[in-house]
Design a protein around this ligand. Structure first.
Ligand code: HEM
Length: 408
């Protein structure tokens, strides 16, 4: 066993981020950390520290030279020779990749999915509306974000395919808070994406596909400062997007509907005043950040508050805790539809700094259209029992089953 890099520090909360107790009560842990005036955490089992104060997280994320992503966003130290993308690289490589993704992910590009998403939602609702009840997490929150990503890749996917992809990548994300995880075996998605890439390259050559057709053809033909992407990078981008863009948005969708239904007057208010949908989404992202936190490592010995860290210590940026910081958000544990948008936009659910989420506008579109479809098609929807929490993936916080019912 390698020597530990961290140790318990007097006054700093000891947290087992993988324990069921923490996962079921993590907001209470953050409440007491903030109240203690010492907004840090230590995990003996994981051998890492956590930053819980909004200002400390923001400061660290603004200094990528000091707080590197080179060992990856999870707890394991990704070997430097492992090819990574985006959240696993620092500038200047990150600058190149971010420009490329930024170029592909324009506002107009994301908005081009609106008619397809609406049709998908209506089709899903048609398939179960007569039954009067369903697990809406399984019926909509899981398939919608995956359908969107596969559509981006230029590929049709059915419900069965969606279920098998989810099982594969959930296993991978589920290990992000394990110090030693078994080597990730190629899953269904890895083979599928490699085959699809070959197919798109062939179609581009024969003229059956055009550079603007989908994200893969865009990546294959993209060039920035005379540099093109290798196949390895393209596959890295695609599998990252598949995981980062779907698991997170799935959780957001179910959290969002749950927040409106747990107090039905919220649901009725937003349904009658649809201009409140963006606040409902943002407040849900703040209060129920889908990603608990992600890691950086310090390039040199660093001191933050009472933490003395030697170089290359894993430190978790606790987005979910920063979002509950009472010095930034008034009454932070309350879901408040009247919260000021200026205050609300400071939330860290999409990260901060150079690695900030590039898909945030897309997930907001998905949230907006999801709620609109529910308001239009299932106006008297109610909870049908308590939601079942998602405990398999400690780095993500949310719901695994959301039973709902409505009058047919
Ligand atoms: C509610 C949904 C989502 C949440 C909560 C979320 C959260 C995050 C967070 C916290 C990061 C920062 C990682 C870090 O600093 O280490 C991130 C990065 C990223 N996300 Fe998202 N994400 C969501 C949806 C999406 C979607 C739909 C896409 C694309 C289809 C996407 C693509 C990305 C990309 C490309 C990055 C890497 C940015 C970089 O390193 O430059 N995300 N996301």
């Amino acid at each position: 066993m390698a020597e530990l890099k961290t140790c318990p520090v007097s006054g700093v909360a000891e947290v087992d981020f993988n324990s069921e107790d923490f996962l079921l009560n993590y907001k209470e842990t953050y409440r007491s950390i903030h109240q203690s005036g010492c907004p840090f955490a230590h995990s003996t089992d994981g051998d890492f520290y956590g930053l819980a104060a909004h200002k400390d997280i923001v400061e660290a994320c603004l200094k990528p030279k000091q707080w590197s992503s080179k060992f990856g966003p999870g707890l394991q130290y990704q070997p430097p020779e492992t090819p990574g993308v985006l959240v696993t690289v620092d500038p200047p490589e990150h600058t190149f990749e971010a420009r490329l993704v930024g170029k592909a992910f324009s506002k107009a590009y994301f908005e081009s999915f609106i008619p397809g998403i609406r049709a998908f939602l209506n089709e899903r609702i048609d398939s179960f509306i007569a039954s009067g009840r369903c697990d809406i997490h399984k019926e909509i929150s899981e398939p919608l974000p995956l359908w969107v990503i596969f559509t981006m890749f230029g590929k049709h996917i059915d419900q069965e395919g969606i279920a098998s992809f989810r099982a594969g990548f959930l296993a991978g994300i589920g290990q992000m808070l394990q110090r030693q995880a078994p080597a990730v075996r190629p899953n269904t998605a890895t083979h599928f994406l490699a085959d699809h890439l070959e197919d798109m390259k062939r179609k581009l050559k024969t003229g059956e596909a055009q550079p603007e057709d989908n994200l893969l053809t865009k990546f294959i033909t993209a060039e920035i400062d005379g540099r093109r992407l290798t196949d390895e990078k393209i596959l890295g981008f695609c599998s990252f997007l598949l995981t980062a863009g779907s698991g997170t948005t799935t959780i957001m969708l179910s959290n969002l509907l749950y927040r409106l239904l747990e107090d039905r007057s919220r649901f009725e208010r937003v349904a009658a005043n649809r201009e409140l949908i963006p606040v409902a989404i943002e407040e849900c992202l703040r209060l129920d950040a889908p990603v608990q936190g992600l890691f950086r490592t310090n390039n040199e010995a660093t001191e933050v508050g009472p933490l003395q860290m030697e170089a290359d210590t894993k430190v978790m940026m606790l987005w979910a805790a920063g979002n509950l910081d009472p010095t930034v958000f008034k009454d932070p544990h309350k879901y408040d539809l009247d919260r000021d948008m200026g205050e609300l936009r400071k939330h860290l659910a999409f990260g901060f700094g150079i690695h900030i989420c590039r898909g945030a506008p897309l997930s907001r579109i998905e949230g907006q259209l999801f709620l609109e479809a529910i308001f239009d098609r299932l106006p008297n929807i109610q909870l049908d029992g308590p939601p079942r929490p998602e405990l398999r993936v400690p780095v993500l916080q949310g719901i695994r089953e959301l039973p709902v019912t409505w009058n047919v």
